[in-house]
Ligand binder design. Structure first.
Ligand SMILES: Cc1cc2nc3c(=O)[nH]c(=O)nc-3n(C[C@H](O)[C@H](O)[C@H](O)COP(=O)(O)OP(=O)(O)OC[C@H]3O[C@@H](n4cnc5c(N)ncnc54)[C@H](O)[C@@H]3O)c2cc1C
Length: 353
């Protein structure tokens, strides 16, 4: 490893500790940036210049399934309070900070708003990419400005929330993958928002905790308890959370499926023409829950979570995901789309004719 001011370079680096699937992929060159100001110099380094890096945060939404010539991580993790008044608080956080650490820092200041997103793994820098969300809240609601290195113009740009084009697990950063290196996010948390407790089991969990008048920190604790119960811990069973997005289909298609399968859940999808289906239900109905092929498997407690039982490779997990999607397509005629970014390979389920 060589070390320069504010960034390090490592050749033939294992990424096993840098992705939550814990697949043992290697990067031919891994660049880690400890000081935001050093990013331009890191990108201009003769070993790096002109090449497209794969950005890696905590690797909790990545499936590393092929060679990685160049990986880039931002490790800078400072937070700065930019202002606070009666309307709310403005805070800047650097890309390398863990989202949940930031959330707890915010709550400790007596600020409410992000508590329903407690315990989502990953970094600040990756959070805007798929507009992380949980329990009825999305990060896009609180993002004021995203500060990023624009590889197209080779300069730092500041994108206001509207320019980020946040949608369901979507943003301009996802649509223009490879263009932006997010270096920091500025958040605005309005003063005294109402807590959102009407989501799957939250009130029940607070009651079980003996909390009658919850604070935002109590809600974060309740969410953390539910998540810990529902999802396997990637430290002991590698996974990337939900592997497939819930499919959105035409309302008529959803009605026909619901008529044929009365137990199938169907949810609104924001307008009258479309409906959201449960990917977990579709996968479970095809018999995949708890299934295992070699060391690649489907979690026993959640059909949407693919897991690495030990030595699965990225291609092993990808092959299982493709088999699952092909069987759902064959039985229900519904295509599944992966939520994590697949690096080094293409997701291509082979549906039998
Ligand atoms: C157990 C578990 C539960 C999860 N639950 C949820 C949930 O409830 N809701 C939810 O929304 N997500 C969830 N996720 C997914 C994941 O936590 C988020 O997508 C998170 O934002 C990923 O952060 P990361 O730092 O690990 O990013 P990575 O996985 O490292 O990268 C994700 C994407 O962001 C890009 N990227 C990373 N850093 C930067 C940067 N600085 N600039 C530009 N691009 C960058 C990568 O290239 C990649 O495309 C879960 C994951 C796990 C493992």
């Amino acid at each position: 490893m060589s070390s320069n001011s504010g960034y390090t370079l490592a050749r033939d680096a294992s990424l096993i500790d840098r992705n939550t699937f814990r697949v043992d992929t290697r990067a031919a060159l891994l660049v880690e940036v400890q000081a935001i100001e050093a990013l331009p110099a890191a990108l201009a380094d003769p070993a790096v210049a002109g090449r497209e890096p794969v950005l890696i945060g905590a690797g909790s939404n990545l499936l590393l399934a092929g060679d990685i010539p160049l990986a880039l991580r931002i490790e800078a993790d400072a937070t700065t309070v930019l202002g606070q008044d009666a309307s709310g608080t403005r805070i800047r956080a650097e890309a390398g900070l863990a989202w949940n650490d930031f959330l707890r820092q915010v709550l400790a200041r007596g600020i409410a708003g992000p508590e329903n997103m407690a315990l989502i793994p990953g970094t600040i820098g990756a959070a805007p990419i798929q507009n992380i969300g949980a329990y009825g809240t999305e990060i896009g609601e609180f993002v004021e400005t995203v500060e990023a290195w624009d590889r197209r113009g080779a300069r730092v740009v500041r994108l206001p929330r509207e320019a980020c084009a946040f949608g369901y697990r979507d943003s301009v950063f996802k649509r223009e993958a490879g263009r932006y290196v997010i270096v920091a996010v500025e958040f605005f948390f309005p003063a005294a928002p109402a807590l959102r407790l009407d989501y799957a089991g939250l009130r029940e969990e607070l009651a079980a905790m003996g909390v009658a008048t919850p604070t935002a920190s109590d809600v974060a604790d309740a969410v953390s308890r539910i998540r810990t119960r529902k999802l396997p811990d990637w430290r002991t069973l590698g996974n990337a959370g939900s592997f497939f997005k819930n499919p959105i289909v035409a309302a008529a298609r959803a009605d026909a499926l619901a008529a044929a399968h009365p137990a199938m859940p169907v949810y609104p999808a924001g307008d009258d023409a479309r409906r959201k289906l449960s990917a977990a239900w579709l996968i479970e109905a095809c018999g995949w829950k708890g299934a295992r092929q070699g060391d690649a498997g489907v979690a026993a407690q959640h059909a949407l979570v693919l897991v690495n039982h030990g030595h699965a490779t990225g291609p092993d997990i990808l092959a299982l995901a493709e088999r699952i999607a092909a069987s759902v397509e064959a039985r229900f005629g519904v295509g599944l789309e992966p939520e994590p970014r697949i690096v080094g390979a293409r997701f291509a389920p082979a549906v039998a004719a």
